[in-house]
Design a protein around this ligand. Structure first.
Ligand SMILES: Cc1ncc(COP(=O)(O)O)c(C=O)c1O
Length: 408
């Protein structure tokens, strides 16, 4: 099953001249988000349990909302500095220095309008058309599409599964990246939860240094761990002028997906370039959101700890339930709030996802969206209450018992 937003005009034989006929934008050719197309079609289905998108189920903590409201009422509703309010850059620098036990000065921080915006800025700064970007799959779809939007060529290296765990053949990956201008690593990874060790990070960075290749590290799940630990960061094993750009976001750790705020940690020499791109694109992040972000980062540890405990329980529930089905394979989930599992009997995961929407009323993201290594993969976001998860898993039971009979 392929997905597109079809209309009756698809059937017309004579090509119609449209507004697009002279467009050369890469966006025309980049495929739409598979999950988004499925979800849009399912909008309004009563009682559907949506486990396809990746966001915390908790509301943003009240103390963060209150601070934003206060800032708005105090008139913090105008343009601000392109690289971010100085007090937020300082708070992020202090936070990074604290959790990574290293010295990160505020001059290396650029506040961005989300993690997604941060990744776009990083690639805009680095890439020329035709440059190659090497990355690891399965991957968050945006990480594959953002470089393509900038006319880059992707080199994808698939993770292996070794003894039920996601595993990277790091030398093979480095070899595949020989021609790349930049390497993009997302750890902990959406959708697999695979997390790079500190030793692997040190080794990779050393190798890339000697080959003069940039590294973009997407660390937006750095606090989405199951034991309230901080995932290893490239910031712990690098020098300020390494060709390293680290992406982070307020979305996941502080349950602020709708606030659209993130940050970059940059080599000092790249900061003026990023500042220019910010200026000529979004100008700045909203100042009242930045004010709220300061309290999030300074007073949010208890919330992160509580979330970590909740995700741990949810992960146990989902992985133990999936393990009961002989038709389902779910590699160990090291971090994040996703189960990425396979039903080998299913060849068309988009069609099976559609069946689950229509009949079970559960929304899963099909593995195709993430460049899954083979057929029959699905991502389930378990950032949900135990009650909702129980209900969703009960609805899936009928479909996981003997999936081959659906002939999909
Ligand atoms: C791996 C990864 N990077 C970046 C983002 C972007 O996060 P945001 O733009 O909400 O900060 C996401 C969101 O799902 C993600 O999963």
């Amino acid at each position: 099953m392929t997905l597109h937003n079809s209309t009756s005009s698809d059937a017309q034989v004579t090509p119609k001249k449209t507004a697009l006929d002279q467009l050369s934008s890469n966006a025309v050719d980049v495929p739409p988000s598979i999950t988004r197309v499925l979800a849009n079609k399912a909008m309004g289905i009563e009682g559907l349990i949506p486990l396809w998108f990746g966001e915390p189920n908790q509301p943003t903590p009240k103390f963060i909302c209150d601070e934003a409201a206060r800032a708005m009422q105090n008139g913090e509703t105008f343009y601000a500095e392109g690289l971010g309010r100085p007090f937020l850059r300082q708070a992020i620098a202090d936070y990074s220095s604290r959790i990574y036990n290293t010295e990160i000065p505020s001059e290396r921080i650029a506040v961005t309008v989300s993690g997604g915006n941060a990744i776009n800025l990083a690639f805009q700064a680095l890439l020329k058309p035709g440059d190659k970007v090497a990355t690891i799959t399965p991957a968050f779809p945006n990480l594959l599409r953002i470089p393509q939007l900038q006319s880059a060529e992707l080199i994808c290296h698939a993770l292996d599964i070794v003894e039920g765990k996601w595993s990277l053949d790091i030398d093979a990956f480095i070899e595949s990246a020989a021609e790349a201008k930049a390497v993009l690593i997302n750890s902990p990874s959406n959708p697999t939860g695979w997390t790079m060790t500190s030793e692997q990070q040190r080794y990779l960075l050393d190798e890339l240094r000697s080959r003069n290749i940039w590294l973009i590290a997407d660390e937006v799940y750095s606090r989405t761990t199951f034991d309230n630990s901080v995932a290893p960061s490239f910031l712990e094993v690098s020098q300020p002028e390494d060709k390293l750009i680290v992406v982070n976001s307020f979305s996941k750790s502080w349950a602020m997906t709708g606030w659209r705020l993130g940050w970059l940690t940059l080599p000092p020499s790249l900061v003026p370039t990023i500042e220019k791109i910010m200026e000529f694109s979004v100008a700045c992040a909203p100042p009242f959101v930045q004010r709220a972000a300061v309290v999030a980062i300074e007073q949010g540890e208890a919330f992160i700890q509580q979330s970590s405990e909740n995700y741990h329980l949810a992960k146990e529930k989902v992985s133990q339930t999936l393990a009961r089905y002989s038709a389902v394979e779910c590699p160990e989930i090291e971090a994040t709030f996703y189960a990425f599992f396979r039903i080998p009997a299913i060849k068309d995961s988009i069609a099976f996802s559609q069946l689950l929407i229509d009949e079970a009323k559960v929304g899963l993201a099909p593995g195709e969206a993430f460049g899954a290594p083979s057929n029959g993969w699905f991502r389930l976001c378990f950032a949900q209450t135990p009650e909702v998860l129980d209900q969703a898993l009960a609805r899936l039971d009928h479909y996981l018992k003997d999936p081959a009979r659906f002939n999909l």
